[in-house]
Design a protein around this ligand. Structure first.
Ligand SMILES: O=C(O)C(=O)C[C@]1(C(=O)O)C=C[C@@H](O)C=C1
Length: 363
C-alpha cells in the first residue's frame, strides 16, 4: 500500500487533533487524581494513596471495554502508566525490590507500579522485608514461585517472622537470553554465569549448545551480566533489562526450556486491601504432626467450594509449628464464606496467619 502525500498529511492532521484531545483528557484525569488525594487526606491525615483494588478494577474495566485494534494487554499497559503518573502526583511511591538493577524483579516492579514509581534495589529478600517493615519504602516486590523451578523458599520463610501483608501479585513471562560482551570471543565460551534458577530453566538448551561450558551460579542474572564484561571467554544468561543495562549482545534469544516459563512476584506492604471483585488470599497454617492433618486442613475449603490455587509445605523453624503450609485460594477475607472457612481452619490448626487478600494479577 502506498500513501499519497495528501493522505499522509490529512491523517497526521487527524492524529494531531486526537493527541490534543488525549492531552486534554489525561490532564483532566490527573486533576481528578489530585482532588482524590485531597479528599483522602481530609478524611485521614495518614491516608494511603495507593489503592491496589481500585487499580485492578480500572485496568480490568479498560480491558473489557477495549474496542481494538490495540490488544487489551497493550491498552492496559498504557493506562497502567497513566495511573502511575497520577499516583505520583498524589504521593511518590517508593518500592524496594530484590536487586541488583536489571533483575526480573525490577521488571516486575515496573510492570506493577509503572515507571513513575521510585524503585530501589536491595541485596537480599529479607532486606526488602526489612525496608518495608521499617517504613523506609511504601512497598516491596519479591519473587515467590517459578513455573519451571517451583517455590522461592526464602520468600515464604521471610513471612514466618514478619508482620508484613501481601497487597498484590504480578506474573511475569520470563525470557532468558545468552548474552556476551563486545569483547567476548563467541566461539571460545567456556563459562556461563547466571542465577541457579535461570541455569536450571535453561538446562536442556545448555546441554545441547554448550555441553562443555562450566555453569557458574551467581546471586542474580543481572550480576552475571555485570561480571562477563571483564571476561573474554564467558557468557551470561539474563533477561532484556540486564542486557540493556550492561550493553550486552544476544547470542541466542528465548533459550528457556519451557516456552510458558513465568515467575510470580508478590507486592508486600502494610495495608489491608479491600475487595476488588476478583481476589486471592494467602495464609500460613501450622498443623500438629499427626496422621490426616493435611486432609483436616483442606476439607473445609472443599466443602465451601473454595478454589485452592497453591499449596506449599515448609519445615517449621520453631518447635511449636511442626508442619507449616502456605495456602493460596480464590476469595477475599471480607467475604462471609471465606471468613467461615478460616474460622473452621483456626479450630483445626495450631496457628493460622492471614498474609493478605489482594487482587488477582491483571497484567
Ligand atoms: O481512586 C483512587 O483512589 C486514586 O487515587 C486514583 C488512582 C487513579 O489514577 O485512577 C490513582 C492511584 C490509586 O492507586 C488508584 C487510582
Amino acid at each position: 500500500m502506498t500513501d499519497t502525500p495528501v493522505n499522509l498529511d490529512s491523517l497526521r492532521e487527524r492524529i494531531d487533533e486526537l493527541d490534543n484531545e488525549i492531552l486534554r483528557l489525561i490532564s483532566a484525569r490527573a486533576d481528578c487524581a489530585k482532588q482524590v488525594a485531597e479528599v483522602k487526606t481530609q478524611s485521614d491525615p495518614g491516608a494511603v494513596f495507593y489503592r491496589p483494588e481500585r487499580e485492578a478494577q480500572v485496568l480490568r474495566r479498560i480491558m473489557e471495554l477495549n474496542p481494538g485494534p490495540l490488544n487489551s494487554e497493550e491498552m492496559a499497559r498504557l493506562f497502567r502508566e497513566i495511573m502511575s503518573a497520577c499516583l505520583a502526583l498524589e504521593q511518590p511511591t517508593k518500592v524496594a525490590y530484590l536487586g541488583p538493577e536489571g533483575t526480573f524483579t525490577q521488571q516486575a516492579a515496573l510492570k506493577h507500579f509503572g515507571e513513575s514509581a521510585v524503585s530501589m534495589p536491595m541485596a537480599a529478600i529479607d532486606e526488602v522485608f526489612r525496608e518495608v517493615e521499617a517504613g523506609a519504602v511504601n512497598y516491596g516486590v519479591v519473587p515467590v514461585e517459578n513455573s519451571t523451578e517451583g517455590v522461592v523458599s526464602h520468600t515464604l520463610d521471610s513471612f514466618m517472622d514478619s508482620s508484613i501483608h501481601i497487597c498484590g501479585e504480578v506474573v511475569l513471562r520470563i525470557h532468558h537470553h545468552l548474552l556476551v560482551a563486545d569483547t567476548t570471543l563467541r566461539d571460545k565460551v567456556s563459562r556461563v554465569y547466571s542465577h541457579p534458577q535461570s541455569l536450571a530453566q535453561c538446562r536442556k538448551w545448555l546441554d545441547a549448545h554448550y555441553p562443555r561450558a562450566e555453569r557458574v551460579p551467581v546471586s542474580s542474572n543481572a550480576e552475571a551480566a555485570r561480571m562477563i564484561k571483564s571476561e573474554w571467554h564467558s557468557a551470561a544468561i539474563a533477561g532484556d533489562m540486564a542486557a540493556k543495562l550492561y550493553g550486552l549482545e544476544k547470542v541466542a534469544e528465548k533459550i528457556e526450556d519451557r516456552p510458558d516459563n513465568s515467575t510470580r512476584f508478590l507486592i508486600i506492604g502494610s495495608q489491608h486491601v479491600p475487595m476488588s471483585g476478583e481476589d486471592k488470599t494467602s495464609i500460613v497454617v501450622a498443623m500438629r504432626n499427626q496422621p490426616g492433618a493435611l486432609h483436616d486442613l483442606l476439607e473445609p475449603f472443599h466443602r465451601h467450594s473454595i478454589d485452592l490455587t497453591r499449596l506449599e509445605t515448609r519445615p517449621s523453624r520453631t518447635g511449636v509449628w511442626n508442619y507449616v503450609f502456605f495456602i493460596d485460594f480464590k476469595g477475599h477475607v471480607d467475604e462471609p464464606r471465606v471468613a467461615a472457612v478460616l474460622e473452621e481452619v483456626r479450630l483445626r490448626a495450631s496457628e493460622v496467619k492471614v498474609l493478605g487478600s489482594y487482587p488477582v494479577g491483571v497484567l
